[in-house]
Design a protein around this ligand. Structure first.
Ligand code: UDP
Ligand code: MG
Length: 140
């Protein structure tokens, strides 16, 4: 059965006009966009989304950045969607990401790294539910 993952195009990538280029990468990798919307997170909502990182030194800066402007949240679907999306995103630090990956092409630094992607089945389910109601997701 097809698997689902949550993707976020982060604020600076949206501001730089990269939504189309990044969505193209998803579709080229067979990741079907089954839900999508622009969202401007409040600082509180950004902190809730990244609650798992609450104790990390980058938490305050990350959540400030993620609430600094609109993001494009989407649900991507295909067999093995979670790992496929992580593969085309590339490593967290764009400087260490493989050539051709989204973060290597468009990430600015380890924080402003263009995209978020769920890292496992449980986080995918909870992150999708964080942004979308079941009837906002349109599988074929
Ligand atoms: N991040 C950061 N500094 C770091 C590590 C991570 O600012 O040293 C930010 C970065 O935006 C990253 C997010 O925190 O995408 C979540 O970190 P995680 O380790 O989960 O990386 P990811 O799963 O996004 O590759
Ligand atoms: Mg992560």
């Amino acid at each position: 059965m097809a698997e689902r993952t949550l993707s976020i195009i982060k604020p600076d990538a949206v501001a730089r006009g990269l939504i189309g280029e990044i969505l193209r990468k998803f579709e080229a990798a067979g990741l079907k966009i089954v839900a999508a919307k622009l969202v401007h997170l409040t600082p509180e909502r950004a902190r809730a989304f990244y609650a798992v990182h609450e104790q990390r030194p980058f938490f305050a800066s990350l959540t400030e950045y993620m609430s600094s402007g609109p993001i494009l949240v989407s649900v991507l679907e295909r067999k093995g969607a979670i790992m496929k999306n992580r593969e085309i995103m590339g490593a967290t630090d764009p400087a260490k990401a493989s050539p051709g990956t989204i973060r290597r092409e468009w990430g600015k630094d380890v924080e402003k790294n263009a995209v978020h992607g769920s890292d496992g089945a449980e986080t995918a389910a909870s992150e999708i539910a964080f942004f979308f109601k079941p009837n906002e997701i349109h599988s074929s």
